[in-house]
Structures are given as structure tokens and as C-alpha cells.
Design a protein around this ligand. Structure first.
Ligand code: TRP
Length: 458
């Protein structure tokens, strides 16, 4: 029941629609911007391998756990914990998730705003051979008014989609555009690996050097896996809450994980060869690296200048839409919390919480050149946006996912979870494996790496 309207809770139109929407949440800037950025900073190929292990052993089981909790309770993250563990402190996990969601949305929208701006830059033929793509990026990200305006525009579009509700708002966007994005990425990857000097990039990305693996690298890989799969803050609890009891959760989780990971790998195949071709450093560059590298790739697509204009416009439009289906899921979590738990109208909740995310995002919009102390935080040596990404896009999600796996594995219990999975056809493929991963592997891996990090610090 939707408390605000008294009508039965909205559900997805079909299983395929749900898988696409969840994949839409997962696939976004985290794959195309975040993954290459974090992989570049953490040694490339060794990071890729650890990332894949983290996705399979930790990410996929947590994804299923969140979907189960969502479908079982049909509530937002806070309501879900209230429902399964009434009167306990577990509700704090839901609260942390909602809070994390609004912070992630705040800086996510800044980067997504750059994407919108790049649609117009490419359409007007900015990226021709020989153009200084770094200067163009710095000018956009480093100027207060454009950076804030694009951020505002992106938040407004996000609010607009969330206002439409689950079926009409979110579903419609994702269905057609995801496959098109995938096809375009394949074409760009082909172009990238055939550039001169691409081999060095491929070696960096595909030939692991294990001497580069540290606790911090592993933590980044786990954190990136959660961010990319939209885990650890209850987005998948919320999306799972709209899944009908007829649908199969296990294959849904598998598809979403697979799609998300494939797109991240493809993004690396585009970025690293191009980066080495352009003679840039993979670890340097910060949040803007991907924009600088991608546009230099676009300017190389024949026939000049039309190749770059056509591919570039298409690419940034699709990236903008991929970012939108992700930001919508972030605002949806917060909105469903305010609607279910605070009795707000959907409209009021989406608009006011979107506005809050906009305001929190302003310092991130100013942290890429516009305001120097935000660009290089004193004593931290990072820009404000990267700092928030680390705290909320990585650490908070890792802790949230740890608590969710402990809750489902040990408190609520894999038995009850299994019953929910079997609601549709009585089957739970890989149920035992999942139980083992969620009870033992996921929590101990996360705890071990957090302990190692703390030990390294002191
Ligand atoms: N997964 C999205 C991306 O890769 C971002 C995202 C959407 C997200 N919802 C989330 C990240 C929830 C963490 C939690 O771009």
C-alpha cells in the first residue's frame, strides 16, 4: 500500500522492465567515469582483476540480498529494517543509506552536468583534431556559473523524472537506450584499440602487476564495485520493493551485475588505450580525466570533423541518459523514504529533497578550479568532490553493504530470505552458494580490508 495515496504500491510492468530499470540504476557515471578513474589511480590490470573478484564474490550476493529485503518488505530502506527488525538499531542502516543517497546525488549531478554541457560542445563541433581538450574541460569545470548551472539543470531533470513515479517515469527511459549505449561503446572501444600507442594502454589495463596491490587498492575495488552496482545504501532495496512476487530475483540480480560489469570493462577498453595514445598519465587528472581523454578520442574519429561530432553527440547524450537513470534511483530512494516514513506527498518530497541535493552539490561544483581551497582541500590533498566520493561513494557504501550482509545473513537469516526468493516458483538456484557468500565471504572480506586499512593508517 502506498501510504500517501492509499492505492496498492506501484510495481514494475514486467520482469524485463525491472531488470532494465535496475541496470539503468547501476549503469551510469560509475562505469564510464568512475571505473576508469579509480582503475587508473590503482594500477590498472591488478585493480581490474580484484574488481572482478569483488563483483562476483561480494557485489552479486549483496545485490540479491538487497532485492530480497526490498521485495519482502515492499518498503524504502528505513521502513524495510523497521519491518524486519522492529524496534532495533538496524533501522540506522537504512537511515545511513538515505543520507548517503542524497550526498552521492549531490556530486553525481555535478559530473552529470558536465555531460550535459558536453552534448552541446560536441554538437557545435568543439572537438576537432588538435584541440586542447584539457583546456576545454578546465574552462567548464573551473567556472562557477556554468558548473553550477549545469548541475542545477541536471537535478531539475532528475526531479522531473522521479515525479512521474515508477512506471511512467523510470521505466520508459531505460528500455530503449541501454542497448544503444552498449553498441556505441563497442564502436568507441574498437576505435580506441586501433589508435597508435594503444598497446601500452592495453598492457596497463590487462597485464596485472601484483606488486601494486595494497589494502587501499582492494578497498577501492570493493568500494567501486558497490558504487557501480548501486549497492550499500538501499537503492536495490527500494527497486526490489517494486518487484512483483511472480518475478525471479536470482536471474534479475545476475543480469544486472553482468550488464553493469560488462559496461565498466568496455569503458576501460576505451579510456586506457586512448590515454596512452595521448601520452597522458593514468593516475593523474582527477575527476576530469575521463572527459579530457574521451574528447580527444572523439576528435580522432574520421571523417573529420563529422565523425567526432556524430559519435560525440550520440555518446554524451547516452551518457547523460545513463547518468539520469542512475540519479533517478538515488533520488527515488530518498523520496520513497520521505513518502513512506514522513507521509510527505511524492511531489513535495522529490522537489524539496532534490533542492537539498542541489545545495549540497554546490561546493562540489566549485571544487574543480573555481574555488582553490575546494579544489585542493588543505591537509587532505584532494578536491572536495573526490573527497565526498571517497567518503560516501566508497566508504559509506562498504560499511552499508557490510551491515546489510550481516543483517540478512545472521539476523533476519538466510532461511527467511530463501523463502522470499522461492515465492515465485519454489526454486532458489545457487541458494547454498549465496548463503555461504553472504554469511561468511562478504562480511569477512570487508572486515579484513577495513582492519587492514586502519592498521596501515596507524
Ligand atoms: N551505480 C550508479 C553508477 O554507476 C550510481 C548510483 C546510482 C549509485 N544509485 C546508486 C551508487 C546507489 C551507489 C548507491 O553510476
Amino acid at each position: 500500500m502506498d501510504l500517501s495515496t492509499g492505492r496498492p504500491r506501484d510495481t514494475w510492468g514486467s520482469k524485463a522492465a525491472f531488470v532494465l530499470a535496475a541496470a539503468g540504476s547501476a549503469v551510469g557515471l560509475g562505469n564510464i567515469w568512475g571505473f576508469p578513474t579509480v582503475a587508473g589511480q590503482n594500477g590498472g590490470a591488478a585493480f581490474l582483476l580484484i574488481y572482478l573478484a569483488a563483483v562476483a564474490l561480494i557485489g552479486a550476493p549483496v545485490m540479491l540480498a538487497e532485492l530480497i529485503v526490498g521485495r519482502r518488505t515492499q518498503r524504502n530502506p528505513v521502513g524495510a529494517f523497521k519491518d524486519l527488525a522492529p524496534g532495533s538499531v538496524w533501522v540506522v542502516v537504512g537511515g545511513l543509506g538515505v543520507f548517503t543517497g542524497i550526498i552521492i546525488l549531490s556530486f553525481y549531478s555535478v559530473i552529470a552536468g558536465w555531460t550535459l554541457s558536453y552534448i552541446f560542445k560536441t554538437i557545435t563541433g568543439t572537438f576537432v583534431a588538435g584541440v586542447d581538450t584539457e583546456a576545454i574541460y578546465n574552462e567548464l569545470a573551473g567556472s562557477a556559473v556554468p558548473a553550477i548551472s549545469w548541475h542545477l539543470l541536471f537535478i531539475m531533470i532528475t526531479i522531473y523524472v522521479v515525479l512521474g513515479g515508477v512506471r511512467d517515469g523510470i521505466e520508459r527511459w531505460t528500455k530503449v537506450l541501454m542497448p544503444v549505449l552498449f553498441a556505441l561503446l563497442v564502436l568507441l572501444a574498437i576505435r580506441a584499440v586501433t589508435l597508435s600507442g594503444a598497446e601500452a594502454g592495453l598492457a596497463f589495463y590487462l597485464k596485472p602487476d601484483f606488486s601494486k596491490v595494497t589494502g587501499a587498492v582492494i578497498l577501492s575495488a570493493i568500494g567501486q564495485a558497490f558504487f557501480s552496482l548501486s549497492l550499500g545504501m538501499g537503492a536495490m532495496i527500494t527497486y526490489g520493493s517494486y518487484v512483483s512476487k511472480r518475478d525471479d530475483l536470482v536471474s534479475s540480480a545476475a543480469w544486472v551485475t553482468f550488464a553493469d560489469t560488462t559496461i565498466a570493462i568496455l569503458a576501460g577498453l576505451i579510456i586506457f588505450p586512448t590515454l596512452f595514445h595521448a601520452g597522458l598519465e593514468p593516475g593523474a587528472g582527477g575527476p576530469g580525466m575521463v572527459f579530457v581523454v574521451l574528447t580527444s578520442l572523439l576528435s580522432s574519429i574520421p571523417p573529420a570533423p563529422y565523425g567526432g561530432v556524430i559519435f560525440g553527440t550520440g555518446f554524451f547524450m547516452l551518457l547523460g541518459i545513463a547518468a539520469l537513470t542512475s540519479s533517478v534511483s538515488l533520488l527515488e530512494v530518498v523520496t520513497s523514504w520521505a513518502v513512506d516514513e514522513r507521509g510527505m506527498s511524492r511531489r513535495k518530497a522529490a522537489i524539496s529533497l532534490g533542492a537539498v541535493a542541489f545545495l549540497i552539490g554546490v561546493p562540489s561544483a566549485l571544487a574543480n578550479g573555481a574555488v582553490s581551497w575546494l579544489t585542493n582541500l588543505p591537509g587532505i590533498g584532494m578536491d572536495f568532490l573526490s573527497f565526498l566520493f571517497m567518503l560516501f561513494g566508497q566508504y559509506s557504501l562498504v560499511i552499508g553493504a557490510l551491515l546489510i550482509s550481516l543483517f540478512v545473513g545472521w539476523v533476519w537469516g538466510v532461511k527467511a530470505a530463501g523463502e522470499e526468493v522461492r515465492e515465485n516458483d519454489g526454486e532458489f538456484p545457487l541458494g547454498r552458494t549465496w548463503g555461504f557468500l553472504i554469511r561468511f565471504v562478504a562480511p569477512s572480506a570487508i572486515v579484513a580490508i577495513l582492519v587492514k586499512m586502519v592498521v596501515d593508517l596507524v
